[in-house]
Each structure stands twice: as C-alpha cells, then as structure tokens.
Design a protein around this ligand. Structure first.
Ligand code: JFZ
Length: 453
C-alpha cells in the first residue's frame, strides 16, 4: 500500500503537496512573501564581500612580521599618527569598479558588500563628517559612488559594510589597551561619536541610491549597547524602509548559534563567521561570511586559497541548509583583485553558469539524514553528487512517489534518467561519466511541490 499514511510512516521522507503534513523539516528555511523585503536576498543565496582600505597598502606586513591584515593598526600597535600617514600613500589608480562588479556578477553573486569604513576608521566615501577619507588622499575619489554605479551596470545590488568600532575617531571609546598611555581620552564624548556614526550612515543611505544591505560590525565593545543598536537600526529603517540590516547592529544576546536567541537579534539575518552551522539556523535568515584564503584584508604572502570545488561545496552547503554565502576578496593597495581570487570567482562562475537554478531561489534540503546535499524549488528537487557513485545511481531516501522527470543539469540533450521505486526510496540512475568536473547536479521534477516532511 503506497498511500499517504504509508508514506508518512517512513520517517525522513519528503512530502508532495498536501498541507496537512506537519512541517518537521530540520533545515527549515524561510520562504518569502511577494512584498517581503528579504525576497531578493533569500533568492540570491550568494554575495561577494570586499575588504579594502588603508591597511591594504601594508599588505599584511609591519616591522618584518607578515601575518597581519585589516587589524594591522591594532595588532601591530601602530600609533594613530603613524597609521594616518598612510593616507598620503592611498592612490589606487588600478582600481576598476566595473571589473570588481563584473567579477561578482560573473561568479553568480547577486549582491556585493564592501567596506565603507572598517575598524581603523578610514572612510572610502565622500563624507562631510571627517577628513580621514579617500577624498583627502591623492586618490580624491568617492569609491562608494564608483562601486554603486558599477554594481547597477552589472545587475549586482550594492551593499555597505560599516564598522561601529572606530580606532580613529577621538570620541570613540574604549581606546585600545596598548594605546591608553599615548592617546588620552580626556574630553572624549561617546555620544558625539554616536552622532558622527548616524551622520555617516545617513550619507551612505541617501547619497548612493538604493542600497541592499547595511552590514554592521564591531558591535561587541561595552560602549555599544542594545539600545544604541536599536536606535541605529530605527534610523536606518526610517531612511531606507527596504534596507536589510545584519544582526551585528547590536551586541549579541548570547554566544553560539542558538535559533531562539537568534530570533531575538535586532537585525534581519544572523552572520556566522568562517563557519557554516551544522544544521543551519532553522527558522532564521542567516549568511555565512568566509574568506577565500586566511585573511579578509589583502595579505601579500597568504596564498592559502581554497580550491574552486571547496568553494562551490561551501555554496552548496549553505544553500542546502537554507542560508546564504558571502565570499570575500581583499583587493591590493593598488585596488587590484588578487589573481588567485579572480581564478576562483571565474571557476565558481563556470559552475554557476550551468547550475545556478539549483542554488538561486531554492529552499533547504527536505532530507534529514541523506548522504548528499539537496535543495528544492517548487516541484523540483536538486541533488548534488560531488563524488560519482560506483553504482551509478542515487537513492532518494524514503521517497515513495516517482518523479515525472529526472535529468542532469547541463546535459543539453536532457537525456531522461531512469527511475524506479525501491524499499529504500526512489532510485535514479546516473550516466557513466559525471556531467560536471566540479559537482554534477541531478534534477528530479515531481508532480507537486517538494516540501519538508
Ligand atoms: C569581524 C572583523 O573584526 C573582521 O576584521 C572582519 O571584518 C570580519 C568579517 O568581521 O571579525 C569577527 C567578528 C565577529 C566574530 C569573529 C570575527 N565572532 O562573532 O566570532
């Protein structure tokens, strides 16, 4: 008897249609309503992160040590005045915003989050709030203007990273432990810094057209309270009602990726760093940000780049768990994207050119314990097969109804794959050779929407 009851009994199976079924899906990812301002972001699943600033000139090196990056001012204990002299060397004539935006678009990223100001306080945009900006360097250009316009030319949503922590502004407190002696706090007023921060955010949200995401960071110091985070988020939402704000606008409610607490966060999505949560974060929007090598900012000697299959695997893993991936590049002091990063973006782009439908607009895998990663969209289930099975078949565990059609993405002839029912589930035969050198994808179209069971 292959009736529904039979079907329900087979724990872990995924269901077709009928809303009566309880939604037990472990990887539950949120679906978007039409006017849902999160819709484009959820649909995108993949963005590019860009860490670029004065620190890129130093390329990770100071006093013979070469393992620094965007934290070099603090970690190398560079006095403020000495670090500020870097402004005279900031002239990235090699910077090509269209190149950056086209690399993102070519890789299949639909949004780009770039540092408008990192912890060192240097602003890459034309701000009236300080002279510590790109406008007061030999470069004298508004990088946010260039990036915003280029992104739009390439169908990529421009988004701003902005650090709450600021090692340059005289009113930002606390001082770095090591600089207390040399940089007194006398007269510093944190509330004045908060006004400065709000003024810059107003510039960033009103001078560059529609901005997709405000990606805050540096929210963990004791001067930045939940109340200040709420006020900043309210300011942003009043200026840009459709804006998406990350959870780092306010101090974390707790450590660890606990969904319940994640729901209590002020922002719209959680931001696991350099990790992909084991079971995603059910019921919460989340985005894992990862480096391509070992650093966010440019480091001349760090060639420890992840491979294209590894990076494609991370994109598949985040999507199959119902989250987004934000993949970083760290341009050089001249504004060039390192060749290793270009190679990997182009490699990911070659895979996405064939397989993007299995990532964009998808929801999390309906399988609790499958040996493979999967995503679903409407009536279609996408199964990722990075290791080509000797048996030349995939078993969809616990599935009790045969797909109407099964094929390998990219198989232009669209040869239908043979399917049959077994006790273990639906068995789909695979071609002798993998359909893709990085990760073949099997698509199975059923007669009704694929939902978690
Ligand atoms: C922060 C920054 O300090 C770093 O420079 C980079 O911009 C990164 C994307 O974000 O680094 C963090 C922030 C939070 C955690 C770890 C590193 N955290 O919560 O574990």
């Amino acid at each position: 008897m292959t009736g529904r009851r039979e079907f329900i009994r087979t724990a872990g199976a995924f269901a077709l249609g009928a809303s009566a079924l309880p939604r037990l899906n472990v990887f539950e990812s949120l679906s978007s309503g039409p006017d849902d301002r999160m819709a484009w972001w959820r649909d995108a699943r993949f963005g590019m992160f860009v860490h670029w600033g004065l620190y890129s000139i130093l390329a990770g090196e100071w006093n013979g040590r070469t393992d620094y990056a965007e934290w070099i001012r603090n970690n190398a204990k560079i006095p403020l005045g000495e670090y500020d002299t870097l402004t005279a060397r900031f002239n990235p004539t090699g910077f090509d915003a269209d190149r950056l935006a086209s690399l993102a678009a070519g890789a299949g990223a639909k949004y780009l989050v770039i540092t408008t100001k990192h912890h060192d306080g240097f602003c890459l945009f034309d701000t009236k709030q300080t002279d510590f900006s790109a406008m007061h360097t030999p470069y004298q250009r508004d990088i946010m203007r260039m990036v915003a316009d280029a992104c739009r030319r390439h169908g990529v949503k421009p988004c701003w990273y902005h650090s709450i922590m600021d090692w340059h502004h005289p009113d930002y407190l606390p001082r770095r432990d090591w600089e207390r002696g040399i940089r007194p706090v006398n007269g510093a007023e944190f509330s004045r810094y908060v006004n400065y921060l709000h003024a810059e955010i107003e510039e960033l949200l009103t001078h560059y057209g529609d901005v997709g995401v405000l990606w805050f960071d540096g929210e963990w110091e004791n001067t930045w309270t939940r109340e200040l985070g709420i006020a900043l988020a309210d300011k942003c939402r009043s200026l840009a009602p459709h804006l998406i704000i990350n959870s780092r606008v306010a101090p974390k409610q707790s450590s660890g990726l606990n969904a319940k607490l994640a729901k209590a966060e002020i922002g719209d999505f959680s931001t696991p760093e350099q990790e992909i949560p084991d079971r995603g974060i059910p019921g919460v929007d989340w985005e894992s940000c990862v480096t391509m090598n070992g650093n966010w900012g440019y480091n001349r000697v760090d060639h420890n780049f992840k491979s294209v299959p590894k990076l494609v695997g991370m994109l598949i893993e985040t999507a199959s768990k119902g989250g987004n991936l934000l993949l970083n590049v760290g341009p050089t002091g001249e504004g060039l994207v390192p060749p290793e990063s270009v190679d990997r973006l182009e490699g990911i782009g070659r895979w996405m050119a064939v397989h993007a439908e299995a990532i964009r607009g998808t929801s999390a895998s309906p399988f609790a314990n499958a040996t493979f990663r999967a995503t679903r969209k409407g009536n279609t289930l996408y199964t990722f097969v990075p290791e080509w099975p000797a048996a030349r078949e995939v078993i969809l565990p616990g599935v009790r109804s045969l797909p109407r059609r099964a094929w390998m993405l990219g198989d232009s002839a669209g040869h239908p794959r043979a399917v049959r029912q077994s006790d273990a589930g639906v068995v789909v035969s695979l071609p002798d050779a993998p359909s893709d050198p990085v990760c073949p994808v099997l698509a199975c179209e059923f007669s009704a929407p694929v939902r978690g069971a």
